[in-house]
Design a protein around this ligand. Structure first.
Ligand SMILES: *[C@@H]1O[C@H](CO)[C@@H](O)[C@H](O)[C@H]1NC(C)=O
Ligand SMILES: *[C@@H]1O[C@H](CO)[C@@H](O)[C@H](O)[C@H]1NC(C)=O
Ligand SMILES: *[C@@H]1O[C@H](CO)[C@@H](O)[C@H](O)[C@H]1NC(C)=O
Ligand SMILES: *[C@@H]1O[C@H](CO)[C@@H](O)[C@H](O)[C@H]1NC(C)=O
Length: 377
């Protein structure tokens, strides 16, 4: 065996040992219809397990749970200030009188309120995995402002080292990636940790990480194949992905360009505009739209050598308000938003979306609905 061949064999054996990409842990995703928020359910506790509904949040670093909802605290352990865990959690503090690691849990909805919580560890269990220690923070207080009623916590899914998915990939030594398939209704989506093989075509694009959050690089936006003419500086910051924003929020200039192009194309297809229904600004006659194709919106992203287009059809671009009115399912975020584009969950529903930190890459499937399937099947 030549030196080079041997090296390759050794490297590939190492890869196989280090990352078991086949391993996959699956958690259910439920949509809370009134608030349009998505949560998963995880059992917390060793001897007595309590199922806790946790909001999926791509922007949260450390999972938070309301300890009042946990039936048995017998297996719950406090994390001490001097522990390596406490020191490794960015932003952690210390209650010196009691030697308890503290964490100021920010509000996922950006509201001006946070919850001071204790950092703890316990066992986390689902149908496909059980592990200890699961590090999270908890406080016996009412939940942060804005959480839907069935939810008693927030699942941290940011890029940080103590997010839920990182704890699982580290514990089981699997490839650092997770995937979401958000359902359009009900209790049937899935959240996957580890490798996921898609049943529908997909493309990969670069992922940018900033302040622990996930962004994609946007090259252009198209309506029925025609690019919007936008000042390129509007796209510089890319698009943030959010699992808590219900409808994609755009800088006013981007919103106006999109809405104008969309409305023109819709009218050309015989779909008339009707008075708007808040929070939406561009609405259409639902009866005129019946049976017609809505204009296709695409986001142009850097792919491998050439641009990749992430395509949105009617089910992800317009929302039914009532029997007579449908609206463009994007909102105007004003002239000075923190991010010019925040992709919300209405646009993410019924796609597989993999966050692959091993390659700093996002893998987007085509719409499952386009392939006669969905996140609910
Ligand atoms: C948050 O609200 C408090 C009280 O309403 C106010 O004093 C404080 O300045 C606010 N902080 C921010 C960052 O808006
Ligand atoms: C999450 O952690 C990152 C650093 O890893 C930090 O920049 C960011 O502000 C944190 N986010 C929140 C909401 O605390
Ligand atoms: C694009 O936007 C930047 C920043 O707002 C501005 O300085 C520039 O003049 C704009 N360019 C055009 C062609 O409008
Ligand atoms: C889609 O699914 C339905 C119901 O399962 C089936 O009747 C139909 O033939 C399928 N269409 C395509 C294009 O596969």
């Amino acid at each position: 065996m030549g030196g080079r061949t041997r090296l390759i064999v050794v490297l590939s054996m190492f890869a196989a040992v280090a990352l078991t990409s086949k391993a996959q842990y699956v958690f259910p995703i439920t949509k809370d219809e009134p608030t349009k928020q998505f949560y998963t359910t995880i059992d917390i506790g060793a001897a007595v397990e309590t199922p806790v509904n946790l909001l999926l949040d791509l922007g949260t670093n450390l999972t938070w749970a309301n300890c009042r909802k946990i039936k048995s605290l017998s297996s719950l352990r406090l994390v001490r200030c001097q522990s390596s865990t406490c020191k490794a959690i960015p932003g952690s503090g210390c209650d010196y009188s009691r030697n308890i690691c503290l964490y100021q849990q920010p509000n996922p909805f950006g509201k001006n309120s946070s919850v001071t919580s204790r950092v703890v560890q316990d066992t986390a269990t689902s149908s496909t995995v059980s592990f200890r220690p699961f590090i999270f923070s908890c406080a016996a207080v009412n939940k942060p402002q804005g959480l839907p009623p069935p939810v008693a916590g927030i699942l941290g899914l940011s890029t940080g080292e103590y997010t839920f998915w990182r704890q699982v990939t580290k514990k089981f030594n699997i490839i650092p990636q997770f995937a979401l398939c958000l359902p359009s209704s009900g209790t049937t989506g899935n959240f996957y940790i580890g490798g996921l093989s898609y049943s529908v075509p997909s493309s990969a694009t670069v992922m940018r990480v900033s302040s622990g959050e996930y962004f994609m690089v946007v090259e252009s936006i198209y309506v029925d194949g025609t690019p919007l003419s936008l000042n390129a500086s509007l796209l510089n910051g890319g698009a943030k992905l959010s699992t808590v924003v219900p409808y994609t929020v755009l800088h006013t200039d981007i919103y106006n360009a999109l809405a104008q192009a969309f409305t023109l194309k819709a009218k050309a297809n015989g779909i008339s505009q009707v008075p708007s229904v808040a929070p939406f600004k561009n609405c259409f006659d639902a009866r005129a739209a019946a049976g017609k194709n809505m204009p296709v919106i695409e986001i142009g992203l850097p792919g491998n050598m050439r641009e990749v287009r992430w395509t949105f059809h009617g089910t992800n671009t317009v929302v039914n308000i009532n029997k007579k009115v449908i609206c463009l399912a994007f909102t105007d975020g004003g002239m000075k938003p923190k991010e010019n584009i925040v992709i919300g969950t209405y646009q993410l529903q019924n796609y597989y979306l993999t966050f692959d930190m091993s390659r700093t890459e996002l893998r987007l499937s085509e719409s499952l609905l386009f392939h006669n399937t969905s996140c609910s099947s």
